[in-house]
Design a protein around this ligand. Sequence first.
Ligand SMILES: [Zn+2]
Ligand SMILES: [Zn+2]
Length: 281
Amino acid sequence: MIDFHQHIGSRGRTLEHLLAHQEAHGVKQAVVLPIDRSLSEEGGHMPTEAALEAARTYPDRMIAFCHVDPRHPDALDQIRRFHAAGARGYGEHKLRLPCDLPEAKAVYRLCGELSLPVLLHFEYLNYNHNFAGFEQVLRDHPETTFIGHAQAWWANVSAAVPQPGDAGFTNYPKGPVVRGGLTDRWLSEYPHLYADLSAGSGLGALTRDPEFAREFVNRHRKKLLWATDCPCRDGRGDWGEQGQRECFAARSLPVLRELCADQETFDDATGGNARRLLGLN
Ligand SMILES: [Zn+2]
Ligand SMILES: [Zn+2]
């Protein structure tokens, strides 16, 4: 299995924690995602060098992505350097910028040329603003592989999406899905688009409406990437200073297994699709 969404270097999480997390769930490889916050006021900077170092230390277990703030004057050359140093994708792109910022589109173009999949975190008010504008990004960059993730991405699995400013707005809508959501339609219409099932947002999409989820998972079986984004240190819910909580791997794997129509679909979602997308073996 491949966990397509993991981090090291934030909240005291070490490479050894990540490895223990993989061992606990029989996960062979993890995608290690940096976030370049060097130009941002918020914290949480996770440098690409640490992801590359993780992949050098455990080449059979860790897959490094790279991330550069697109506003950096040297952004494109930095990505070329990281690609040459072994990075296999770009992301997690999680900055307080529009998803269709011209500088970001230059990055997406280069990532298409270099065959680096681009992983984006969509979250209303916070990250990758202008979610609806992402469709034009998809149209403009057919050579680039995109992977959608996070709250706004998964809220839009439904056509009825709580918007910031609505009474009772939530990033984690529950209850029945209204068919025809943007995320669902885009996955159907754009062959270069994939979805990362990680974190509470991915888990919510799989659990809020089981009948819809079963149909969605099997219809998009070649487009789904199982992932956790789990910060726990042992695969059993040790969130360090945040105490004992849940492990996203422990929650999501049985849910996904139950939704998949057959073993082949489960194998695709938990590794096969990732291997094809990343050109592994
Ligand atoms: Zn994220
Ligand atoms: Zn965990």
